[in-house]
Design a protein around this ligand. Structure first.
Ligand code: TXA
Ligand code: MG
Length: 323
């Protein structure tokens, strides 16, 4: 069982050396913790899939130090992608582009596109500088489960499989990056995330479409699931929904930014986030807390689907679809 190592100059050098040796390391990004391997080493990248139990046809995001590396990984880069990269990087934004011929099939899942992101987290950036290359990294959780936002959560989930976990503290954003597909005729948001859709539209100076049909596990209806069953309710019905589950003999917790009137005192109230940003930051941690307490049903009142609230709602809906 590996114990997280605090990030400092020495441990960052060690992580980079492990990447060069074809090993997999867990490290923090500003969104969630990632499970990183040298994106140009097929054997190393295959290890990620084995560790996560992730199907081979689910592509990974390649993490770059800066936008200068774009042309080494992608071709036919449209102007809109340059605009998004220029304004959104480093940051919680992933851009899907037509892949350069050299990009490994194991990274793209055989697609002719590649997902690229320049992370903002100082530890991820320090590893990229020291490593000198690019790393492919999915979230550092078992496939289909809740993403980790602390090193301890990575150790809980994958501590037996991952030899090195770099601890850079709790993630600032808390939900995964926004994925924008710029590889087709129209730019489309495939996954809402850390950069708001409103911000993407503002940068492109026009409304941007959400959705798309590209295969992506983060876009499967059921994903991001804790052990507890997640049930979505609005503020007015949450107390009634909770009472119904209590009546069935289940242990119930509430995740909401305000405690609804009439809530039974037998419902465990997960510490309420005060803003939508905080909701995003603490979402996965609260779901893990519910699991640690053996909660069977989490009644969740999502934020309004605007700004970062859209990403929070999206993850809760996918968690609820897994029930
Ligand atoms: O914030 C994040 O994006 C985190 C951190 C670690 O960077 N990473 C992350 O990776 O969430 P993962 O593997 O859990 O989710 C990556 C998503 C998946 O839904 C995958 O299908 C999609 O990106 N993706 C990757 N390559 C793609 C491509 N070529 N076309 C469309 N979607 C792609
Ligand atoms: Mg993931």
């Amino acid at each position: 069982m590996s114990v997280p190592v605090p990030a400092d100059a020495a441990s960052v050098r060690q992580a980079a050396a492990l990447l060069r040796d074809g090993e997999v390391v867990a490290l923090p990004t500003e969104t969630v913790y990632g499970l990183a391997a040298d994106a140009t080493n097929a054997t190393a990248v295959e290890r990620i899939f084995a560790i996560k139990g992730r199907p081979a046809d689910h592509p990974l995001i390649v993490h770059l130090l800066d936008a200068d590396a774009l042309d080494a990984w992608a071709i036919e880069i449209p102007e809109e992608a340059r605009v998004l990269a220029g304004a959104g990087w480093p940051g919680p934004l992933t851009i899907v582009l037509r892949r350069a011929p050299s990009v490994l099939d194991v990274v793209t899942g055989g697609l002719d596109t590649v997902a690229l992101r320049v992370p903002a987290h100082p530890v991820a950036r320090a590893v990229l500088v020291e490593f000198g290359g690019a790393f492919a990294a999915p979230s550092a959780n078992r496939f289909g489960r809740v993403s980790p936002t602390t090193a301890a959560a990575v150790a809980d989930d994958l501590g037996d499989e991952v030899g090195f976990i770099l601890d850079g503290g709790a993630c600032r954003v808390g939900v995964e990056s926004t994925i924008v597909d710029c590889s087709g005729d129209t730019t489309v948001v495939l996954r809402p995330g850390g950069v708001t859709v409103e911000r993407i539209s503002e940068l492109l100076d026009r409304p941007v479409a959400i959705g798309g049909t590209t295969r992506a596990p983060g876009t499967l209806p059921a994903h991001y699931a804790p052990d507890a069953r997640v049930v979505i309710a609005d503020d007015r019905e949450a107390a009634t929904v909770a009472a119904a589950h209590l009546a069935e003999g289940r242990t119930v917790a509430l995740l909401a930014s305000t405690v609804p009137m009439g809530l039974s005192d037998r419902v465990a109230v997960l510490e309420p986030p005060e803003t939508d940003e905080e909701y995003a930051r603490v979402l996965y941690d609260r779901l893990r807390t519910a699991d640690h307490h053996g909660i069977e049903v989490v009644v969740a009142v999502p934020p309004n689907p605007v700004g970062i609230g859209l990403a929070v709602r999206d993850r809760l809906e996918r968690a609820a679809a897994s029930a």
